[in-house]
Design a protein around this ligand. Sequence first.
Ligand code: ADP
Length: 214
Amino acid sequence: MTPRYLCVPLFGPPGVGKGTQGGILAHIPGFFHLSVGDVFRSVDIGSESGREVYKHISRGELVPDALTIKIWRKAVEAYIALSRFKPREDLLILDGMPRNVSQVEMVKEYLDIRKVIYLRCTDEEDMIHRIRRRAIRENRVDDANEEVIRNRFRVYREVTAPVLERYDSSIIHEVDANGSPAEVLRSILDCLIPVQNELFAANRREEEQSESST
Ligand code: ADP
């Protein structure tokens, strides 16, 4: 059996601030942040997979599950090969997956999910405003068109939100995304630090065991 990566997904609607927080967390040693949306946006559009991905993203639809898992695994393996992600030392902060209930089942083979961070924002108009600003800053195909944005919210409500019900409520860490970036970060770290400490402790135990057996 392949070892599973210790993982905390960042969950929440489009424009809630997952990317902003993920970008900050990516600078902290011991965390490896990966955004599935970013992985998709970096797929070569000239390839067959790239064209398929673009077709779905530009409509605000989810990319099909099998293709999502295939591209995601390839990206993770590449980061491991480059030593950018060290699964023994780093906690994987996964932004954008699982994004529907069938992905919840599919990722079980690869991910050991200890907590789920749920960024919660009730003001859809505020999130749409953030997405519009991001469209200009990041030149994203799925951010520019009002209809595509609305479709992404519909997909979130109908297909993605039910993911939360698949996890025990005791592992869901809810964060009020209306706070300042620093407040949101503090709440996210409150959740992540104990999980990261578990990883450190497990590594220490392993090292002690291997020292005592030599
Ligand atoms: P946002 O934070 O605005 O939702 P993302 O960058 O996370 O944007 O995702 C952009 C797009 O990439 C999604 O609208 C969807 O088309 C696709 N995508 C991202 N993650 C997944 C996933 N796990 N499964 C299928 N499609 C995905």
